[in-house]
Design a protein around this ligand. Sequence first.
Ligand SMILES: [Zn+2]
Length: 302
Amino acid sequence: MTPDSPCTVCARSGSLIAYDTYKHVWYECVACRNWSREKKARYPLEALAASGLRGLGLLAKPNKSDQELYSYYTGVLAEFEASGSRGKWAGELADLAKLLADNGHELAPGQRILDISGEPGFLAHDARQNGHEVAVTAFVPEVATAIARTLGFPAHAYDFAVGGLPAAVERNDFSWVLSRYGIGYCEDLGQFAREVHAVMASGGHVFVSYSPASHAVPLRWMFDDYAYLRQYTPDYVARTMQGAGLELARIIQMGSYAWDAGLGKPQRLFSAPYSWQRRFQGLPPYACQQHNVGLVFRKPAH
Ligand SMILES: [Zn+2]
């Protein structure tokens, strides 16, 4: 990809601005304002970081393979099976239910909930205990199998990049579809919107949380291999979901973070050559922060 390549979202040519960061080059499209990411084949200081010098490990944090993701989540599920511990996933359902209730929506018992990329499955597990009928999707087939075996409800393999959500879940009557911080990994949001619409009951809702396009995201996550592939504007997400036949019901602001929140000292030091680039300077306050937003859409009843 180069600044002369067509935009991966709107397909226009000659509309891209390149932003160099430590491991990635991001391209912002001045026509549609969405962003695309390309990972560098090699990144600076790779050999130095791999040498194990104290504090530099985070600069070389290796990408997790599918197998490692599998081991990770199955380990989490094994721990839950042994001790009942939900680790950092404790309270997810209560937090979401409160957020929705504060915004005029209810997760009522008896509703059917699909949690897309709901690994490790604890939100769905808790929802089932509250009287919901639940299903989840997981990115890696082995993780889906482990969730179904450990937690005892349907779990389906589904990858944004491949699609096929309706065939995977084999239902079209979900009252709530949840997609929490997933669409940044989705390269074809139109296909995703159509597939979500297809699995929803008439009058059902979908909750999509994500971080809208901002200059802070490329800076904040420049040392991570497993970073978002796309940054979408709220307007683009809303229009795409509406294009699939869904009505925007609610926009929920869920907090913001400074671009350097959570970066350690070595990361701050090594991020400086990138964050000091002219293109990252003089930005409006909104662009200097990562924002979390929840969108609620409704499928009109016929
Ligand atoms: Zn574009």
